[in-house]
Design a protein around this ligand. Structure first.
Ligand code: ADP
Ligand code: MG
Length: 238
């Protein structure tokens, strides 16, 4: 069963057609990178999958269930943004456990989940700090910790590393990739960075002007680009 199925999805703002009939099937355990230039519709697509935005047309299925009318909190997803979106007044510990608290998860279970992700992300020494006392990379780890404790069917990442400096970005790429391999998660990862796409993805969806131009493994996209746009964007050899 596909973790995510998108059928004939379109999105219009007045005269602007942002998504034009997207079809996409993502298998469980895949690391899909959605890559394309700024403004091509990546965030719009991700937000519609998350339920933060509504499609004009088409259907979204998560884990075999049509979720078009399901609110974000009931979609079995967790999202990580470029801006971290941490609660500034809460400690790292509270930021990570708050969602579980709201869902009525038992205290002992919360502690167990917290200990697990803190170890996995190496943020154990930071649990008592506030977000303002963390570096960018540490904040992004906390944001990932908060997503991980949800244990969702689908992780959605929207340019999570864009605010980090180049060196840290490379480190975090590797870390996220390792994380994917260790927990066997299904991830959709949005970026405008071709290298990020090539190094992280099990499959790449290249997007341009609201259309998925090619959806294939990194090697195929690079060596056998579907069209001139993909070839240029991915820097394929002529
Ligand atoms: P990306 O994430 O690939 O950079 P977006 O999905 O954010 O692209 O945006 C795609 C297009 O939709 C852009 O042209 C953007 O200006 C437009 N857009 C996004 N949100 C809105 C909105 N609320 N109203 C009108 N246009 C929008
Ligand atoms: Mg975007």
């Amino acid at each position: 069963m596909a973790a995510l199925s998108i059928r004939a999805l379109s999105k219009r703002y007045a005269n602007l057609e942002v998504l034009k009939g997207i079809d996409l099937d993502i298998e469980s355990g895949e690391f899909t990178v959605l890559v394309g230039p700024s403004g091509c519709g990546k965030s719009t697509l991700l937000n519609i999958v998350a339920g933060l935005d509504r499609a004009t047309d088409g259907t979204i299925e998560i884990g075999g269930r049509v979720v078009n009318d399901v609110p974000p909190k009931d979609r079995d997803i967790a999202m990580v943004f470029q801006s971290y979106a941490l609660y500034p007044s809460m400690t790292v510990r509270q930021n990570i456990t708050f969602g579980m608290e709201c869902r009525g998860v038992a205290k002992a279970e919360q502690e167990k989940a917290l200990a697990n992700v803190a170890k996995l992300l190496q943020i154990e020494p930071l649990l008592a700090r506030k977000p303002s006392q963390l570096s960018g990379g540490q904040r992004q780890r906390v944001a990932m910790g908060r997503a991980l404790v949800r244990d969702p069917l689908l992780f959605l990442f929207d340019e999570p590393l864009s605010n980090l400096d180049a060196k840290l970005r490379v480190e975090m790429r590797m870390e996220i990739k390792r994380l994917h391999q260790r927990i066997g998660a299904t991830i959709i990862y949005v970026t405008h960075d071709q290298i990020e796409a090539m190094t992280m993805a099990t499959r790449i969806a290249v997007m341009h002007r609201g259309v998925v131009q090619q959806f294939a493994d990194p090697d195929t996209v690079y060596r056998y680009p579907a069209n001139l746009f993909v070839a240029r964007f991915m820097g394929s050899p002529p």
